[in-house]
Design a binder for this molecule. Sequence first.
Ligand code: MN3
Length: 196
Amino acid sequence: MFLLPKLPYSYDALEPYIDAKTMELHHSKHHQTYVDKLNTALEATEWADKTIEEVLQNLSSLPEDKRTAVQNNGGGHYNHSLFWELMVPGGENSPSGELSDRIKVSFDSFEEFKKQFASAGAARFGSGWVWLLKDGNGVKIISTPNQDSPIMNGIKPLLGLDVWEHAYYLKYQNRRPEYIENWWSVVNWSAVAKRL
Ligand code: MN3
C-alpha cells in the first residue's frame, strides 16, 4: 500500500514562485490520485508491499494488464514524491561542492546549465518532466513524456522538474518558460547534492 507523503512545508510556502492553490491541487488531488490508482492496480498482488523503486524498476515483470496503470500512476507517485523534496521555501541560489563541479564539467557554467535545462523543459511537447542525471564525471539533462521516470531504467535522478500544465497553469497559464524561470528560486540544491 502506497501513501501520499506529507509535504515538508505548507502549501503557501513556495509563494510567490509557486502559488498555494496550485500546490494544494497538485499535492492533494493530482498526487493523491496517482497513489490511489497505483494502489488499485497493485491490490492483491505481490507488488503491493514492495517499494515504489522496486516496482518501477521491474515494470516488465508485472502482470501485463497492470503495466500501463503502474507506469503512469506509479511513475506519478515516485516523480512527485521526489519533486516535493527538491523544493524548499526561499530556495538556494546555486549548487556547491561536487554537484557544482559536475555541472561545470558538463556545461562550463551554472548559467549555461540553467539555460539548457529550461530549454529542455520548454521543448517537451505536451506533458512530462525534465531531469538532471549523473553522467560520468559530470551530469546530463534528459526529458521524458507523461509520468515516465529515469528510475524505470534503474537511474536515480538528481533533480526533476514537472512541466505538466497542472504544475503551473493557474498562475502562469501558457507561460511555461516563466514558470521554469521562477522555479529556480525554490530549488533545494542541498537536497539535490545529497542524491549524488
Ligand atoms: Mn504534476
